[in-house]
Design a protein around this ligand. Structure first.
Ligand SMILES: Nc1ncnc2c1ncn2[C@@H]1O[C@H](COP(=O)(O)OP(=O)(O)OP(=O)(O)O)[C@@H](O)[C@H]1O
Ligand SMILES: [Mg+2]
Length: 502
């Protein structure tokens, strides 16, 4: 958290007023560090924790540019934001409207797959200031000459690493090749290793690296893991978890389209207000589902990783990984759907006994052990196949009841895996958000959003990235439905890879 004001960062009154109206009192750390440089026109490469306010960090400088007339005539956008998923594009577009409500005649447009083509074409005939897009559909419009980037001043890649994982690299390169050399480029990514780093270097010039560090504090996301004997056991655990007191809304992550639907059906039968979300649904349905969650009509969203990145819904108190995530990065992003903007949250991951190695991968990545917990009466009968002590003290599968507050001995101390410490809402000065009545925002001594250790950066398991992610294209791509598929789950490799793309 920064003590500066938005005005002190250099933002103009119409923007500051809109932020005040939105209840933002002070910039977050990533905002305080990014906005002044972005206003100066610098290229930026930014990493910061989930829920730490990155959207405003790039939208606000973009809006400020719009306060000055473009010297170039034309009707194309002056700011372009690329995101990996349609849902995220819609959310960023909405944020731009919220933050830009003080700008006269601001026109923003969301260009994503799954929306009626003809309607998008009509919208593109009029001048537009900001376009928020998924790469596939945008490229279609570019190739048919419907969007002109002559006026483009600022290009933003949000969740750049994810876009590359989803196979968007060529699309991104083709899009960028059509933008003016003079543009400013701002890239947000959980990592700048490997291909993302290479892309970042190709797209930016003398970019400033902003890697927001938070004080080494406990995360506001309480993380637990449970071992499950079989599917029936998992279902019983899920049911019990969803009845936990203190649960407001939950996102349950499953690995395939099919399992999201099966789980949602079971939960509906048990009386939960539940919806499924995956990349093979029609876009209208996807939008309605997310809207139901935002409105509070839906209590439980059962989703594939289509909901893992960027999605911001204040009411999500719990994330439950019904199926464990493919890798540690996905874990961090999934659990980051709760505990946002200084709030607290609970994240519970169910593992099969054969998945103890995955637990270790995650722990290495985040730099701290996840507490093993059980629910009385629902303890696992079997034991983890590799129930070696984790960091000298864990007993995966052990039925001793919750091990709250287990010491994080041995790992956090050395932090050999690099990094961690991503800044959330806090900054060096340990202040909260300043707002008195918003959960977790006020107060001088509140722990920070997400806390220190959620995001290891660099480090050993990054070496595996290629492997984990490499398999992704083969398994998950080409699922017709979504933003390049990728979300629908396993199997059926190659079934129409570019169909219905984002
Ligand atoms: N300065 C601020 N004061 C109060 N609330 C803020 C501030 N900046 C952002 N927020 C709120 O914090 C929440 C998280 O913001 P945002 O979605 O931009 O985070 P993010 O860093 O992009 O997260 P992710 O990594 O998950 O994409 C949003 O609800 C947003 O309205
Ligand atoms: Mg974001």
């Amino acid at each position: 958290m920064s003590q500066a004001t938005f005005a002190e960062l250099g933002l103009a009154a119409p923007i500051v007023d809109a932020l005040t109206a939105a209840g933002y009192e002070h910039p977050t750390s990533v905002q305080a560090q990014s906005i002044p440089s972005a206003l100066e026109g610098q290229d930026l490469l930014v990493s910061s924790q989930t829920g730490s306010g990155k959207t405003a960090a790039f939208v606000l400088p973009g809006l400020q540019k719009l306060l000055t007339e473009s010297k170039i005539s034309g009707r194309g956008p002056r700011m372009l934001v690329l995101t990996p998923t349609r849902e995220l594009a819609l959310q960023v577009n909405k944020a731009a409207m919220t933050y830009g409500r003080g700008l006269r005649n601001l026109r923003t447009l969301c260009v994503v797959g799954g929306s009626p083509y003809a309607q998008q074409l009509r919208m593109l005939e009029r001048p537009v200031d900001i376009v928020v897009a998924t790469p596939g559909r945008l490229l279609d419009h570019l190739q048919s000459g419907r969007i002109d980037f002559g006026r483009l001043e600022m290009l933003v890649l949000d969740e750049a690493d994810r876009m590359l994982d989803m196979g968007f690299v060529e699309d991104i390169e083709s899009i960028v090749a059509r933008t003016p050399e003079t543009r400013q480029t701002v890239l947000f990514s959980a990592t700048l290793d490997g291909v993302v780093g290479q892309l970042a270097r190709r797209l930016t010039r003398n970019a400033k690296r902003i890697d927001v560090a938070a004080p080494a504090r406990e995360s506001l996301i309480e993380q637990r893991l449970m071992f499950a004997d079989d599917l029936g056991h998992k279902n019983r655990l899920l049911d019990a978890l969803l009845r936990e007191t203190g649960l407001n809304q939950a996102v349950v992550f499953a690995s395939t389209r099919r399992s999201t639907e099966d789980i949602a059906q079971l939960l509906a039968d048990s009386g939960f207000a539940v919806s499924a979300l995956h990349g093979e649904m029609h876009q209208g349905q996807r939008n309605r589902t997310l809207q139901g969650l935002r409105d509070g009509r839906t209590q439980v969203l059962v989703a594939t990783d289509v909901a893992a990145r960027g999605i911001d819904v204040a009411g999500i108190s719990h994330v439950i990984n019904f199926d464990s995530p493919r890798n540690a990065e996905d874990y961090v992003h999934r659990i980051g759907r709760t505990g946002r903007a200084g709030r607290t949250g609970v994240a519970v991951t169910l593992f099969n006994h054969s998945e103890a190695h995955r637990v270790r991968d995650i722990e290495r990545y985040t730099g701290k052990p996840i507490e093993v917990s059980t629910i009385p009466g629902l303890e696992p009968v079997r034991r983890a196949s590799s129930s070696k002590p984790r960091f000298g003290q864990g007993r995966p599968g052990g039925g001793n009841g919750p091990r709250r507050g287990a010491p994080s001995s041995g790992f956090g101390a050395n932090r050999p895996f690099g990094g961690g410490d991503r800044g959330g809402f806090g900054g060096g000065d340990n202040r909260g958000f300043g707002g008195g009545d918003r959960g977790g925002f006020g107060g001088g001594d509140r722990p920070h959003a997400g806390g220190a250790d959620n995001r290891g950066f660099g480090g050993e398991n990054r070496g595996n990235r290629g492997n984990d992610r490499g398999g992704f294209g083969g398994n998950d791509r080409g699922f017709g439905g979504g933003d390049r598929g990728g979300f629908g789950g396993r199997g059926r490799p190659g079934s129409g890879a570019r169909q219905g793309r984002g």
